[in-house]
Design a protein around this ligand. Structure first.
Ligand code: B12
Ligand code: SF4
Length: 455
């Protein structure tokens, strides 16, 4: 008797040495959706695909910048299969991907659930998906055909994601999709949609019944809809589910959500585990260069208020202020000094300190970088990470503080993410050193080998 075949095998191509497929929320949603439409699906990691490729004609890969090179190599090893890419990098650069990757047949752009189902049905019927929204493919006579998605999904209508939405006992729960932030360096679509409180509570009940207690209200926007957040937290309290929540949002949203956050900080069930706030930069100039709403004043008021809530009601809660030390190639030295002052004033955690801005494919920042002649790195989803700063003092400082030490680390055999993180910690220590010196500018200039008479 022949083994039953899969309509598609989904792959997370990101294979770190010694790792296994732990979690991927996108694939968790796709698995659940296809299964709900009676398709046989299997999800595997990069090592397992070789073993089960014979059981399917179609392989789907979830591609982000850090997994781009692995996805490309894997796709080449699947001759005779129909290869479909989806995910963030795929969505950002479908034309480039199809032009550079002969092994990729189709790219699904944006939300994958309905589009992938339609594409699989079309392929099973022997059709050519040139009329399907949200699919990019090669035209038979050359060139790429791209039909952007024409509508968004009703999030309440989607099935609850599978166990792949859980990483180390932490459940990643989508409250919304899209983001109205429109920051110039972000690939997120500006069209924002929310799940209803009832649906979110049903998901929490589902995972709670399965024994999970930690919930990441993810997607950078859990503070943006204050009424929804209140309804969800009240619902959790009424249902007496002893869970811990991790929240994320922008400073202005955190300020608007303060009353809700205050009652959450006071509550023992649900408990406020942590809040991650996107500061990104703490000078008006750098925020403007990033195309980011908000001001240093909102940044500071938000973090101060959150630290105050923590100190008064919930000492165990962690406040993460995400900041990019070198946030733009046209930044000034004063922008750097302002960032150091922020890190020092709030003793921001070294774990969330971003060292530099990355140009993500097809964002306004990326286009500006390209017009300067900075080169995309094809192995990292066309990201731009190598560039010079227009201010010579910033350039000298970046070279001494980040670029040269990072290059030295990367030359070591067995360079891994942990080495990068260790460097991030050393940079953080140095930043605190600049701050504690009492004259940030002079200390940083001295470090950069540019003299540095006190200003
Ligand atoms: C929660 C989160 C995390 C969590 C957990 C991620 C997880 N377990 O999946 C943690 C903290 C671990 C994490 C880590 C990282 N993350 Co993260 N993360 C997120 C965040 C905020 C939400 C992810 C999520 O739940 N999405 C909801 C799902 C449903 O959406 P989705 O993944 O896009 O999937 C849909 C479509 O893309 C598509 N699709 C996806 N795959 C496929 C495959 C096929 C075949 C098809 C057809 C369609 C398809 O269909 C899906 C359903 O509609 C996103 C931003 C966001 N809003 O998505 C960033 C984001 C995905 N992360 C990002 C990054 C950079 C990282 C890190 C590299 C950070 C770092 N420096 O370490 C690591 C990488 C870790 C790893 N190995 O994957 C970037 C990726 C950018 C890029 N272009 O690659 C994002 C977009 C944030 C950003 N704006 O920069 N992350
Ligand atoms: S607020 Fe965050 S998710 Fe929203 S557009 Fe800006 S960077 Fe992207």
């Amino acid at each position: 008797m022949s083994e039953e075949r899969y309509a598609i095998v989904l792959v997370d191509p990101n294979l770190l040495p010694g790792s296994h497929l732990a979690s991927n929320v996108g694939l968790a949603c796709l698995e659940a959706y296809l299964a709900a439409h009676d398709l046989r699906v299997r999800t595997v990691d990069a090592r397992e695909i070789e073993g089960c490729a014979a059981l399917t004609d179609v392989v789907g890969m979830s591609v982000m910048d850090h997994s781009y090179a692995a996805a490309r190599a894997l796709s080449r090893r699947l001759p005779g299969k129909t290869v479909i890419w989806g995910g963030w990098t795929a969505t950002a650069a479908p034309e480039l991907i199809l032009a550079r990757n002969a092994a990729v047949d189709y790219v699904v752009v944006g939300e994958g659930e309905r589009t992938l189902l339609r594409l699989l049905r079309c392929l099973a019927d022997g059709g050519f998906p040139d009329t399907l929204d949200g699919v990019a493919c090669r035209r038979p006579n050359g060139g790429v055909l791209l039909r952007p998605p024409s509508s968004f999904l009703d999030l309440d209508g989607l099935p609850i994601p599978t166990r792949l939405a859980v990483l180390d006992r932490l459940v990643f729960l989508e409250l919304a999709r899209g983001c109205h932030g429109r920051c110039g360096y972000c690939q997120e679509t500006p069209r924002m949609r929310w799940k209803s409180a009832g649906r979110i509570l049903a998901e929490i009940e589902h995972w709670h019944a399965a024994g999970f207690r930690h919930f990441y209200f993810g997607d950078a926007n859990s503070l943006a809809n204050v009424r929804l957040l209140r309804e969800v937290l009240d619902g959790v309290e009424q249902r007496e589910m002893p869970i811990e929540v991790l929240l994320a949002g922008r400073p202005d949203d955190a300020l608007r959500a303060l009353p809700v956050l205050e009652s959450l900080a006071r509550s023992r069930s649900p408990r406020l585990h942590s809040i991650e706030v996107g500061i990104e930069a703490d000078s008006p100039g750098a925020l403007e260069l990033l195309g980011r709403r908000g001001t240093p004043d909102t940044n500071r008021r938000a973090i101060r208020a959150l630290c105050d809530l923590r100190d008064r009601h919930s000492p165990g809660t962690r406040i993460h202020a995400n900041l990019i030390l070198f946030p733009h190639f046209d930044m000034s030295f004063d922008d750097f000094v302002a960032n150091v002052r922020f890190v020092g004033d709030f003793r921001c955690s070294r774990e969330v300190l971003g060292m530099q801005l990355y140009g993500l494919a097809n964002t306004p920042v990326w286009h500006a970088m390209r017009s300067r002649g900075f080169r995309p790195d094809e192995d990292h989803g066309f990201q731009i990470a190598e560039y010079t700063f227009s201010d010579p003092e910033v350039e000298a400082l970046f070279e001494a503080l980040v670029r040269r030490p990072l290059a030295r680390e990367q030359r070591r055999p067995g360079f891994a993410l942990s080495h990068r993180r260790a460097l991030q910690h050393r940079v953080h220590d140095q930043v605190i050193g600049f701050y504690d010196s009492g004259d940030i500018r002079a200390a940083a200039l001295r470090f950069a080998g540019r003299g540095g008479a006190p200003s």
